[in-house]
Design a protein around this ligand. Structure first.
Ligand code: SF4
Ligand code: FES
Length: 231
């Protein structure tokens, strides 16, 4: 059992119905071993700020709801332990590059809309079979392996928050959409692998949308450029 300590959170707050601009407030809370940044927000809500708003759901890094700027870097609050930050303070702010709905809640609507426009699933070439399938669409383990990684995006928005291209080009589709462009719907390998290669190379004129490893590099850079949200 580790020792219970206190930790101070700096939280960027903004209520569009009340505040002219975002502002910071600090809250000191107990920090038991293993506490995540998300756990801390719940404790702040319980002890100090019942109106504090953020998104979260699964608490296990699956739903993608809790993306926020943690100590200046985009990440998942439920997947980040306070102790791992190795800092006496924790700052949390909404993801940059998105409008703020309230407090730590970004408006991810534009990202989702662009995602839908890209039709993020595999589309069969043979229209007749697609419209009136005569059997199952098989895929081999090898075919699945070629594009499975691209289906893992949970649309947390962290890469977009760290992306200087998205900060200056609202039409940029983003890496998460290209990861989603391939789907797990069983279909022919040729089509699937072509889409997978497209994801890996990116789209001319839209920067490189590449592998998950690159996504994490974006997040580690922690760009704080803001396009729509004010400081
Ligand atoms: S690609 Fe972007 S939106 Fe998708 S999980 Fe990774 S950081 Fe989140
Ligand atoms: S609450 Fe679902 S990813 Fe964090």
């Amino acid at each position: 059992m580790g020792e219970m300590k206190n930790v101070t959170y700096g939280v960027r707050l903004y209520d569009p119905n009340r505040d002219a601009a975002p502002h910071w407030e600090t809250f000191t809370i107990p920090c038991p071993p293993g506490m995540t940044v998300l756990d801390g927000l719940w404790k702040i809500k319980e002890l100090h700020a019942p109106g504090l708003a953020w998104r979260s759901s699964c608490r296990m890094g699956v739903c993608g709801s809790c993306g926020m700027l943690i100590n200046g870097r985009p990440g998942l609050a439920c997947n980040t332990q306070v102790a791992d930050l190795k800092s006496p303070t924790v700052t949390v702010a909404p993801l940059p590059n998105f409008a703020i709905i309230r407090d730590l809640v970004p408006d991810l609507g534009p990202m989702i809309e662009r995602h839908q426009e890209l039709r993020p699933y595999i589309i069969r070439d043979d229209i007749a079979e697609r419209e009136n399938p005569t059997g199952e669409f098989f895929q081999s383990a090898h075919e699945l392996e070629q594009y499975l990684q691209f289906s893992y995006c949970i649309k947390c928005g962290s890469c977009m928050a760290a992306c200087p291209t998205y900060a200056t080009d609202p039409d940029y589709s983003g890496r998460c959409r290209w990861r989603r462009r391939t789907a797990t719907t069983p279909t022919r390998a040729t089509r699937a692998s072509r889409r997978a290669r497209t994801c890996s190379r990116g789209v001319p004129g839209h920067g490189a949308a590449t592998s998950p490893a690159s996504a994490r590099r974006c997040a580690r850079r922690g760009s704080t450029r803001r396009r729509r949200s004010s400081s």
